[in-house]
Design a protein around this ligand. Structure first.
Ligand code: NDP
Length: 461
């Protein structure tokens, strides 16, 4: 014990690392943490939090449009990108301060440096050019956006990292990719007034989500003005006098002021000394861990996106907390990755928990599907075409609700509450005996009585 400077050294000051450090310190461990960029990590500094602030900014455009039919006359509308970015930055500064203060309050020693492994117990603090030794090491270094190194002209594109700091809102923007980040940023740029195109290699964005949900989001985004170029990728990007010109697979040429790539993220494990310490990584570079987040080296653990399990902030926090409980709290806790509710902050917004219809069909022989699509009350006076789609998937054998999917205003808020019910094993009968809250959009969830579809797989199949 005396051999070590710390009981725990955490590399990476994002959501997972900070939670683990604080909880371990509260259990009495001597803890240090190192971060090479800014405390708060991707989520706080250049992910979920600033993104959501930009989402709020964009959605005002529609609110202003709708206001007239509720009797309002608005003055001149002008959007100031620089004011939004400055306000967003000061909120991020405040949050980083909160992260640092919480670490200090918990008694964690905080380093502002890149940290790498010299061996399984030795951490090199790069900017201080010295080493410290710790009994346990937690790697929580997150991930970074991918680029396409083979793409001619690929150096001209930006990623979400740069999108948060552009000097001006581009007039024309193309977002490449079809996942969370691409879909969310396409909506943000479109609402803020940029001419927005999303280019995706597949037939429909948000692969892996429920099919009806994907359709509802795609339709909603297209209705609001996002242009889609599907089944295509860029083959070349060139700089022109007034912006960028991208050529795509089918030969089309697209012009833009900015092209943003959101084609996935990779774990931050390069040049960290992991191999030398004997830590096994997979072919994506992710640290391979067991259900207690323990790596192939028993005193080295890893949580969050660097393990490429479920790459979501609250999951990293759970994994970090479970690690601290297990190693320093004397109570083995596995991070539970079942039935995680999640939201995509597109417009329409997505809220989803449990199985997609496709997954449920593979798992259960008899399903009842309840689906509805309607115009929310708020859209009636304005005659807005925006719709809400809700879908409840029920295992007909047990009456258990195995999936809930919502596209529409408030979907993220709704799914947080539904996540509790699904986690508890809610049945369709429980939905039916729940009295509606009127008038809300969410009440539709408990008033769908007749299945819109019954999928009964033949026992002989
Ligand atoms: P995703 O993995 O969600 O999506 C990557 C997208 O890029 C997919 O559409 C994929 O296509 C496409 N793609 C991958 N490689 C290429 C390529 N070489 N050329 C063209 N297209 C390609 O990654 P994101 O970057 O969108 O998000 C990263 C992670 O961050 C997500 O997994 C999510 O967990 C998290 N996140 C969560 C948010 C939230 O909770 N609201 C918000 C933002 C991010 P295909 O579908 O065909 O594979």
């Amino acid at each position: 014990m005396a051999d070590f400077d710390y009981d725990l050294f955490v590399i990476g000051g994002g959501s997972g690392g900070v939670r683990a450090a604080r909880i371990a310190a509260q259990y009495g461990a001597r803890v240090a943490i190192a971060e090479e960029y800014r405390y708060g990590g991707t989520c706080v500094i250049r992910g979920c939090v600033p993104k959501k602030l930009l989402v709020y900014a964009g959605r005002f455009a529609h609110e202003f449009d709708e206001a007239a039919s509720f009797g309002w006359t608005l003055g001149e509308r002008r959007f100031d990108w620089n004011r939004l970015i400055a306000n967003k930055d000061s909120e991020i500064d405040r949050l980083e301060g909160v992260y640092r203060a919480n670490l200090a309050k918990a008694g964690v020693e905080v380093f502002d440096t890149r940290a790498v492994l010299d061996d399984r117990h030795t951490v090199r603090l790069v900017s201080e050019d010295r080493t410290v030794r710790a009994e346990t090491i937690l790697v929580a270094t997150g991930g970074a956006p991918n680029l396409d190194p083979a793409l001619p002209g690929g150096e001209h594109v930006i990623t979400s990292n740069e999108a948060f700091h552009l000097n001006e809102l581009p007039k024309r923007v193309i977002v490449a990719g079809g996942g969370y980040v691409a879909a969310e940023f396409a909506c943000i740029f479109n609402h803020l007034g940029a001419d927005t195109t999303l280019i995706y290699r597949g037939p429909q964005i948000l692969r892996g989500f429920d099919g009806d949900l994907r359709a509802a989001v795609s339709e909603g985004m297209a209705r609001q003005g996002v242009k889609f170029v599907l089944a295509n990728v860029f083959t070349k990007i060139e700089k022109t006098q007034d912006g960028l010109r991208g050529t795509v697979t089918d030969g089309r040429v697209l012009e833009a002021d900015q092209i943003m790539f959101a084609i996935g993220r990779s774990p931050n494990t390069a040049d960290m000394g992991l191999e030398g310490a004997g830590v096994r990584t997979d072919k994506s570079g992710a640290i391979v861990v067991d259900e207690y987040s323990q790596s192939s080296v028993p005193n080295i653990f890893a949580v969050g996106d660097v393990t490429n399990r479920v790459n979501l902030t609250p999951v990293a926090i759970r994994e970090g907390h479970a690690f601290a409980d297990t190693v320093f709290g004397g109570q083995p806790v596995k991070a539970d990755h079942e039935n995680i509710a999640t939201a995509v902050f597109t417009t329409p917004e997505v809220g989803t928990v449990g199985l997609t219809e496709h997954e449920a069909r593979e798992r259960f022989p008899m399903l009842d599907i309840y689906k509805t699509s309607f115009r929310a009350m708020k859209s009636t006076l304005s005659k807005s075409e925006n719709r809400v789609m809700m879908k409840v998937i029920v295992d007909a054998d047990t009456d258990r609700v195995v999936g809930v999917h919502i596209a529409g205003e408030g979907a993220g808020e709704m799914i947080q509450c539904l996540g509790i019910a699904v986690k508890m094993g809610v049945t369709k009968a429980d939905f039916d005996r729940t009295v509606a809250v009127h008038p809300t959009a969410a009440e539709e969830l408990v008033t769908m009585r007749t299945p819109t579809e019954r999928i009964y797989r033949d026992a002989a199949e």
